[in-house]
Structure formats: structure tokens, C-alpha cells
Design a protein around this ligand. Sequence first.
Ligand SMILES: Cc1cc2nc3c(=O)[nH]c(=O)nc-3n(C[C@H](O)[C@H](O)[C@H](O)COP(=O)(O)OP(=O)(O)OC[C@H]3O[C@@H](n4cnc5c(N)ncnc54)[C@H](O)[C@@H]3O)c2cc1C
Length: 408
Amino acid sequence: VVVAGAGPAGISSAIAVARQGFKVAILERLGCVGGNLTGGCVGPIMGSVSKGTFGDEIIKLLGGEFYDFNKAKFLLHELLIKNNVDVFLFTTVSEVTTKDNFVKSVKAYGKTNNHVFNAKFFIDCTGDGDLCYKAGCEYKIGRDRDGLTQPVSLMYVIEGIDKNQTLTCCHEEHYTTLSNGKEYLSMCRQACKDGILPPSINIVRLYNNGKQGERIVNATQLNKVNVLDEYEIAKAELELRRQMVVVNEFLKKYVPGFENISVKSCSEFVGIRESRRILGEYVLTAEDCLSGKTFYDGIVHKADFPLDIHNPDGAGQSEQEGLPPTVTPYDIPYRCFTPKGFDNLFVAGRCISGDHRAHASYRVMRICLAMGQAVGVACGLCLKNQVTSKQLSTDLLRKTLTDMGIEL
Ligand SMILES: Cc1cc2nc3c(=O)[nH]c(=O)nc-3n(C[C@H](O)[C@H](O)[C@H](O)COP(=O)(O)OP(=O)(O)OC[C@H]3O[C@@H](n4cnc5c(N)ncnc54)[C@H](O)[C@@H]3O)c2cc1C
């Protein structure tokens, strides 16, 4: 089995396949495993799913909800190796060979010789759906009305905050009065209006990372970037790094206790919230998420995270002022992971089959970890039973997942 992309979905897929005794290679374009969870400085792991999924194991391995990005690179890589997954770094899936309804091989650039990976099954966990795209799968991107995607951001960690300063700011209605009597969120918004902060920023989110004097900063933001264009991404990267400096100056000058902050670590790449959504046998909709829909072939259960659409046009949320709409814990059916037109190809992670609004909920890492595991188990069952992804009995898949202790 070839798994493309070693983010949360890829790691959980690869390990789930390997634990069933099959040979797996995971191909990662960057120099470390983990995707956004490590190199992207994204944390904490958000969202929730039913009990018993791989996310529980990962959170335990990482030492809890708050984790160290660099340590996580090592722990996750080691976990892959311990589970007999062959890890290839700096290996970008660049070409895909298909015949009829089957993917035959993928190619990747190699320093000496280019690599060709032949496999019986392929799992696309690239976040951008690169493997599926190159195989010719249909996909959608952005909002229906204009194709715009959520903005890009560069996440980073600051240190040097006064130990008595407990300020965090997690969302649009997280109000805190500072020791100077000013309310933090209003201060951020005013700073945007006054041109002290770029207008796209709106609020400087400060997440706890479990370490005294440190916060994860989720603030920089750029709209209307074509996230699949390397030249545009390069321009965005420069602009976001410029914004980082401005945000830090703002924090130092206006927030008591932040006078001596410096950057401890920073994402190694522009953080992409949204890109291709590969068309599967079923398209999960926002209405499914809002109504808490269950499915006969649901393999991720009680997925829960708001429809968190960072405004593609500007600052704040896309659909309403304040907090994003909450969902009713919902199922993700097997058919969202099986791209149309292929019999040995799966997709897992943020590029599965769903609409723009549903994507804003299931894209978070806890849910992506559960997706990867369920798809990895499905892939192993296909191999064991010598059936295609479309022939697999979803009753058998659900029973296998339940027998593993996953609540469905
Ligand atoms: C700015 C930002 C803030 C966020 N905040 C949070 C948060 O606080 N909590 C939370 O839970 N989620 C958050 N998210 C969402 C979450 O990080 C992602 O949606 C999630 O990581 C998706 O997991 P994934 O495995 O599908 O993709 P990714 O984590 O993106 O992993 C995909 C992997 O595939 C690799 N890859 C890509 N293309 C190729 C290719 N062609 N060949 C080989 N490898 C390839 C990538 O390098 C990467 O390692 C945030 C996202 C962003 C961008």
C-alpha cells in the first residue's frame, strides 16, 4: 500500500494498514513527518470523535493535548518505524499511472534516481488531494459561488511572556480584561482599524501550549491566495512572515507581560486550511453536520467541531459575526473516502468528499486522525478479502472497527 502524505491522516492510515500485516510505504514531501501537527506548528489537536479511535493513542503518545512540535516529529516518525511502515521523506508524489479504474503506480523525484512505487492500493492523505488529482479524479475547490478558499496563515510559537500573564484568546468571543484595564479582543480589533495590525487579522489568537511563558499564535492571515500555485504561495509566505513581525510588535507594545517576547518556533510552510475536495461516492454536506446525520456506512462517528469558516473575503468568520455555527455530532460515511471512478484508491484527511462548509468542520486534526485509521482498516480488509474498495462490505468494516473498540 502506498500512502501519500504523512500528516495526521496519513500517519494513522499507514499504521492501521501495517497493523493488519501489510507492507506500507508512506511518502512525505517535507523533511519530517506530522504535516500541520509538527512542521505546521498547529496545535492543540481540536475536534472530537467517538471513543476508542487512534487519536486517543496519539494524544497519549504526545503527552496530552499540549505537545512539543519538535518532539512530536520524532515520536510520530518512531511510531511509524515501530509499526513497520517504510518512511520516505522529501518524496513528493508527482506523477500517477492509471489503467481503467485502477491506480498502478506513483512516481516521485529522487536525488539519485526517481522513485516508482507500485502498489495494490493507494491512500491520498496529501491534504490537497494531489494523488487523486493526478489520477484524474474530479474535485471541487472553495465556495460554490466564487471558488474562494479559507485564508492562509503562518502559525508560530512565542516565548518570554511574563509568568504571571495568563492571557489566552481562542476565538471571536473570548473576552479578557487586561491589567491595564483594556479588553484584549476590542484592542485587537481597534488596532486593525487604526492600521497598527493588518485589517485581515481581526484578532490575535493566543493558544495555550502547556508551557509557562509560551503561546501558539494564530493571527497572520492572507485572503484570496491560490493555494495550489507555488509562485503565489511564495508571495504569501513572505507577506505572512512580514505580518508576524507586526503582530509581535503589537503584542510587545500593547499587552502587559508580553514586552519581552520572541519567536520560539515557526511553521515551516504556509498553513493551508482548504484546497481540493476530492469527489467521492457521497458528498458530506453542512446540513449533514448540523443535523447530526448518521449513515449505514458511517465509519467516523460523533465527529464534532463547528463549521469554522475563516472568511475567504476578509477578516473574521465567513457566515456570521462572532462564533461559528456548532454542529450536532455526525457520522462520516465510507463513501466520502472512496473517490469516484477508482477501485483501489482511498482519500483521507481534509481533502475527502464534502462541501465547502462541511469541510470547515471535519478538517481538524482529531477528526482527520480518526478518518485515517478507518480508511487504513478498510484498505487492509480489501487486501485480506481480495476485494476492491467499492466491493468491500461496509457491515464487515463497521464490525471490524467496533471489535477494535471504536464506538460507531
Ligand atoms: C493555520 C491553521 C491553523 C489550524 N489550527 C488547527 C488547530 O488549532 N487544531 C486542529 O486540530 N486543526 C487545526 N487546523 C487544521 C488542521 O491542521 C488540518 O486540517 C489537518 O492537519 C489536516 O490533516 P491532513 O493529514 O489531512 O493534512 P496535513 O496535516 O496537511 O498533512 C498532509 C501531508 O501531506 C504532505 N504532502 C502534500 N502534498 C504531497 C505530495 N504531493 N506528496 C507527498 N506528500 C505530500 C504534506 O507535506 C503534509 O505533511 C489548522 C490549519 C491551519 C492551516
